[in-house]
Design a protein around this ligand. Structure first.
Ligand code: ATP
Length: 233
């Protein structure tokens, strides 16, 4: 549903993305791997419209959407859970969720408030808490819940488990598996590369602003030497 071609992005004089090509097909989960600072978040920010690429194309279902704003990209059905969580700290859990609610691009409302509640029972118990009163894990769940309330076709998760306790991390991976099973495409960035490969159909590895390896996740997991060398693990 989304593809990028020949993407070049700079921060000032620093050339960060150096001609990145990636395909995110419908109903497919893609893992985005790479060591720190290799450009994963910059790629996401470039395709979401937070950073304007110097050259290259972003296409959504065959339409050129290069340079579209994040709001317009979201209306195409792209849910984004940013690194460091995107919630409103002064609003309650309920307000955070309700204000994001909207039908998907095809008019469907598969993700309702009730469904998000049953997916995240911990949030259901804290509906009137303010965003800033939540634990890190609960904030992350709220951030994912907010993205689901937009009924996305593609959900982008950047370091969704970072800094969380093991039990909460397991809970987040369970939810990622559940989301994938509903047929929503996902783009997943996470330090735990084995988990990423276990929860995706395809994966790409970035090094210094370039995609240096692509493959089926199951094949990369079965022969992990290439991936582990690129990740330095
Ligand atoms: N706003 C910015 N201004 C200038 N340089 C930046 C900015 N954001 C990131 N960079 C630099 O761009 C490069 C790529 O960063 P990016 O965050 O995309 O990497 P990443 O692969 O997501 O790594 P991490 O896992 O550390 O977030 C790094 O060298 C980083 O220091």
């Amino acid at each position: 549903m989304l593809s990028v071609e020949g993407l070049n992005t700079y921060y000032g004089d620093s050339h960060i993305l150096r001609g990145v090509d990636v395909q995110l097909p419908a109903a497919t989960s893609v893992g985005l791997l790479g060591r720190n600072g290799m450009g994963k978040t910059t790629l996401i920010r470039s395709l979401m419209g937070y950073v304007r690429p110097a050259s290259g194309r972003v296409q959504a279902e065959g339409r050129d959407v290069t340079g579209w704003t994040p709001e317009k990209m979201a209306r195409l059905g792209i849910g984004y859970v940013p690194e460091g969580r995107g919630i409103f700290p002064n609003l309650s859990v309920r307000e955070n969720l309700v204000m994001s609610a909207r039908p998907g691009p095809d008019g469907q409302r598969a993700w309702t408030f009730e469904r998000v509640m049953s997916t995240f029972p911990r949030l259901a118990e804290r509906l009137s808490h303010g965003g800033q009163q939540l634990s890190g894990g609960e904030q992350q769940m709220l951030s994912i819940g907010r993205a689901l309330m937009t009924n996305p076709r593609l959900l982008i998760l950047d370091e969704a488990t970072e800094g969380l306790a093991p039990l909460v991390v397991a809970e987040i991976w369970r939810v990622i598996g559940e989301i994938r099973a509903t047929g929503i495409s996902t783009l997943i960035v996470d330090r735990d590369w084995r988990k990423v490969l276990g929860h995706t159909d395809q994966a790409v590895v970035m090094e210094k602003g370039l995609i240096v390896l692509k493959g089926q996740s199951s094949a990369l997991l079965a022969e992990p030497a290439q991936v582990s060398e690129l990740l330095g693990v």
